[in-house]
Design a protein around this ligand. Structure first.
Ligand SMILES: [Zn+2]
Ligand SMILES: [Zn+2]
Length: 284
């Protein structure tokens, strides 16, 4: 499938998913996105105005391999995708919303990814701006470029002045970028269908339940006797703890229905959230 048509399909799928949200849900989503954009603009402004922080971040970027840089971008995009989590997995007492801890972007990584994405943006708009220029002068040049765009926008309240629909448009764009990391050939992510472990945080939070007796655990084929050695997944399938723990340490799927649990694997988590977006979009 051509890139353009993949993008169009992805866009219509996310639009379909967003159209299932109520107007108050859209307002709350748009507010959390605006807050994230504002926070990132603030970080980027600090980076571009501090020669020390800029040099430190640039050195860190130099030390990363291509796949580490891809992972950094994927994790950053995933942090936006996670803003959709409450709408993709509506809260119920048995399935709280998890944001796997290792998917959170650390401060140094945030600086690095914002600088990396800023480089990409600058290169797109002014491809020759850093040509034949020593890296020692990059900070000054980028600061001037930034003050006309990002920094100027920051101080004039850019994020506040965006309409909710512009913010949601930006979200669609981010999800399209995120989607490119999974599920298509030749992308930077992992191969499709690769098994990843369930997030430890999510597994620890699974509830112990009464089996009710007479029900077979599909992993060991033995009856689950009364007691608290049985655990229930959010899809309501039950297993012995001793059977399901080794299973979930290798894969994040329910052995019965393939329900996906959160994972600390960035690409696996993007795939999980994307599957949920598709499922929500197909409801209309
Ligand atoms: Zn069992
Ligand atoms: Zn299940």
């Amino acid at each position: 499938m051509a890139d353009q048509s993949t993008t169009t399909t992805t866009e219509s799928m996310i639009m379909a998913a967003l159209s299932t949200l109520t107007s108050s849900q859209l307002t709350s989503l748009s507010a959390s996105l605006s807050a994230a954009f504002r926070r990132h603009n603030h970080h980027l402004a600090s980076l571009l105005t501090s020669p020390t922080l800029f040099a430190h971040t640039l050195n860190h970027l130099y030390s990363l391999s291509l796949s580490e840089k891809s992972l950094l971008i994927a994790r950053h995009l995933l942090s936006f995708l996670h803003l959709l989590t409450p709408f993709l997995f509506p809260l119920s007492s048995s399935s709280p919303v998890y944001i796997p801890s290792s998917n959170r972007v650390r401060l140094r990584d945030l600086d690095s990814v914002l600088l990396l994405l800023f480089f990409c943006e600058v290169r797109q708009h002014q491809p020759t701006i850093l040509e034949n220029v020593s890296p020692a002068r990059w900070q000054g040049i980028l600061k001037t470029y930034g003050s006309d765009t990002i920094l100027g926008n920051l101080y004039t309240g850019f994020a506040l002045s965006l309409s909710p629909y512009q913010v949601l448009g930006a979200l669609v764009d981010l999800v399209v970028k995120c989607r490119r990391f999974v599920g298509s050939k030749g992308c930077d992510g992992v191969e499709a269908g690769k098994e990843v472990a369930a997030s430890v945080d999510a597994v620890v939070a699974l509830p112990s339940v009464e089996s009710g007796g007479g029900v077979e655990c599909v992993i060991c084929k033995e009856e689950m006797s009364q007691g608290r050695d049985v655990c229930e997944l959010p899809c309501q399938h039950k297993f012995h703890w001793k059977c399901v723990l080794p299973w979930l340490s290798k894969r994040n799927t329910c052995p019965c229905c393939r329900f996906l649990l959160p994972t600390d694997d960035v690409y696996g988590e993007i795939q999980r959230l994307w599957d949920a977006i598709v499922k929500l979009g197909l409801q209309i």
